[in-house]
Design a protein around this ligand. Structure first.
Ligand SMILES: Cc1ncc(C[n+]2csc(CCOP(=O)(O)OP(=O)(O)O)c2C)c(N)n1
Length: 321
């Protein structure tokens, strides 16, 4: 791995995530997906360009906004959609919904909506990787809001003290639900700079520029893989839709129309399209492939059985006999 960013592959990965989420958003009002859904439309460059540099055996963790991370790490689309539809064939057997994606074969270990909840779990997985000498790294994705949880700081401290192979990836979209960064944190503070408090390496880059994300990720992963300890990456990006749900929320007033417009013009997919990655004919073929994959996955999910109500207590703790 390493080398220059494979822009056509990153474009394909970002476009696939975008089209899958658009299809979910379109069908969500039908009321058949009964779980809350947090979309990452507008934020696709970070999952695509970081996960493209990971081995299958590297382990990824995420939070409530996890579709992009799951898909970019190679998670099974059919199992993800079946999960959103609450079906037995879902990746969490229909018990978890959008916020509890998992695909162990793909190395996507967990997503969970308790803010910052998977950060210490990723650190624990890295500790176990060092004990087992497996050589795998833990990568955990989270938002700016999660950095305001104590678990984030405890995890950073422990990972740094033990020089664990963890890549912390903060997708800073400047909002925690409807609260802007300005109202939550001191002016001018960079999340990446917080790593200094733990003597940890860090960097900050444009999260809507796939090549910039790739390059920052390559440096960070090289550092982690060489046993130099953890690394914190902060990427600026922007959520296009409402915090939770399939609609724009431009009318709510917590974000200005000028800000929303400016970020829409910084679409990570458009950026590569402007740079002619890929050509128009290739893009048409790619769109057709993605559309066919999405149609088949929705059809399979909607045809799949629901879990047997008698199994309601299975797979939860404590298990019912
Ligand atoms: C411990 C905890 N506190 C509060 C919440 C409610 N909550 C869900 S998402 C969220 C904001 C998340 O913001 P951020 O981490 O920046 O991620 P983003 O939604 O912007 O991707 C909050 C406060 C929660 N899920 N868990």
């Amino acid at each position: 791995m390493g080398g220059p960013a494979p822009l056509p592959d990153l474009f394909a990965s970002m476009l696939r995530i975008r089209r899958i989420e658009e299809a979910i958003a379109k069908r969500y009002p039908e009321g058949e997906m009964r779980c809350p859904v947090h979309f990452c439309i507008g934020q696709e460059a970070v999952p695509a360009a970081i996960c493209a540099q990971l081995a299958r055996t590297d382990r990824v963790f995420s939070g409530h906004r996890s579709h992009g991370h799951y898909l970019a790490k190679g998670g099974d689309l059919r199992a993800m959609l079946a999960e959103l539809y609450g079906r037995e064939t879902g990746c969490a057997r229909g018990r978890g919904g959008s916020q509890h994606l998992i695909d162990l074969e793909a190395g996507f270990v967990a997503s969970a909506p308790i803010l910052a909840g998977t950060i210490p779990i990723a650190v624990g997985a890295a500790l176990s990787a060092t004990w087992r000498k497996s050589g795998s790294v833990s990568v955990v994705f989270f938002g700016d809001g999660a950095t305001e949880e104590g678990a984030f700081h405890e995890s950073m401290n422990f990972a740094a003290a033990r020089r664990l192979p963890v890549l912390f990836v903060c997708e800073n979209n400047a909002y925690s639900v409807h609260s802007a960064m300005e109202g939550r944190q001191p002016a001018g503070r960079r999340i990446a700079d917080m790593a200094k408090a733990y003597a940890m390496a860090s960097a900050h880059a444009d999260g809507n520029d796939a090549a910039a994300v790739w390059n920052a990720g390559a440096i960070a992963l090289d550092h982690v893989r060489k046993g130099n300890g953890p690394y914190l990456l902060e990427f600026d990006t922007y959520r296009w839709l409402e915090h939770c749900g399939p609609n724009p929320d431009d009318a709510l007033g917590y974000r200005t129309p000028a800000e929303i417009d400016a970020w829409r013009r910084r679409c990570p997919i458009e950026k590569l399209r402007r740079d002619s990655v890929p050509g128009a004919a290739e893009e048409r073929a790619l769109e057709a492939r993605i559309a066919a994959e999405i149609d088949a996955a929705f059809a399979a999910a909607r045809a799949a059985p629901f879990p047997d109500p008698r199994d309601l207590g299975a797979f939860v703790h404590p298990a019912r006999s």
